[in-house]
Design a protein around this ligand. Sequence first.
Ligand SMILES: Nc1ncnc2c1ncn2[C@@H]1O[C@H](COP(=O)(O)OP(=O)(O)OP(=O)(O)O)[C@@H](O)[C@H]1O
Ligand SMILES: [Mg+2]
Length: 362
Amino acid sequence: MRKWPLLYQILAVNSAIVFIGAAAGTTITRTLAQQSSIALTVSFASLGLLLSIAANYVLLRLALRPLLVLQTVSELVAEGDLRIRAEETAGEPNLARLAHTFNTMLDRLEEDTLALEHSRRLTEQLTQQVLSAQEEERRRIARELHDETAQSLATLGIYIDTVLSTEAEHMTPSLHNGLSRVREVVDRTLVGVRTIIADLRPSLLDDLGLAAALRWQAQHRLEADGLRVDLQIRGEGRRLPPPVETALYRILQEAITNILKYASASYVEIDLDLSRPDLVTARIEDDGRGFDRDTLGPTTHGQGVGIFGMQERANLVGGTLQIDSAPGEGTEVRVCIPTDLALAAYANCQPHESIVAAVQSS
Ligand SMILES: Nc1ncnc2c1ncn2[C@@H]1O[C@H](COP(=O)(O)OP(=O)(O)OP(=O)(O)O)[C@@H](O)[C@H]1O
Ligand SMILES: [Mg+2]
């Protein structure tokens, strides 16, 4: 009977109760016909009612048990356990079918989740490879510009200086003037080439580390552009694993580029905390025009990927990036990266309340 649909089970049990009640009632009435009384009728009816309630209760409890199991399973699935499945065999056939459909949906969900996770990992690996290749290419171009172009320009400058000092008396004033102007152009070009080299891959970052490279950016890009900069660094001199240094440097470099491009700021505050063993945090805040984060997104010209790139770089090394901004209220970028990717799960990457306060009190 447990394989019957619930409706039939209820009908069968209630029919059995009515049948037994009618048969027993008739027999009892015949036997006790003489002593029949109201009390006997009431007790007999109450007994029948109690029997009916108890039988229906037990039947419904047993029949609906799979629904309770299904509810527990759904709750576990909602909590993220995609491996669990509902029992399909026991109980009422319609509920067994429901459990089967539910399990089929879970199978699909698990497959899709695994496929999604797989493609997410693949994208992450590809992004990692693209970024490494880009970094390597930048390093190569920077090296070539340094070893070839910058060296040649420096040598050319020395030649011109030598000619200007040794051959001055054989030159006409206009030739001397012309050569001096060429010398100035060589100097300016050399400064420009060195800036490009530093932007591509500053040797400071490889040789002296993040703090030195950031200081260079603050001085040669922000202050050189007329901005007031308050740069606070804790744990200066500490070296981090190269992927962490590169990621953080590129994130801060993009933040600085954005300030110069869009913020129209007059003051920039930069905090870098290298002193913690498990993670490194940085904050860069400007007092510029700010922007509405909801309007962000890549443009069709391939622009507008800077912030996305910052986020990606932070994620790839297990870190977090937050940007707070609103029109007219400046922009604050906070980044936190575990010093070791293996520690990512344990690192408490909550950006510091105020690194500045800590720097001032130390
Ligand atoms: N510090 C800032 N102050 C004001 N606006 C900003 C600041 N940083 C970013 N923005 C706004 O956010 C937008 C997106 O920045 P994002 O760096 O993602 O792209 P982009 O700089 O326009 O292009 P790309 O970085 O790809 O060359 C910018 O167009 C700008 O409007
Ligand atoms: Mg940008």
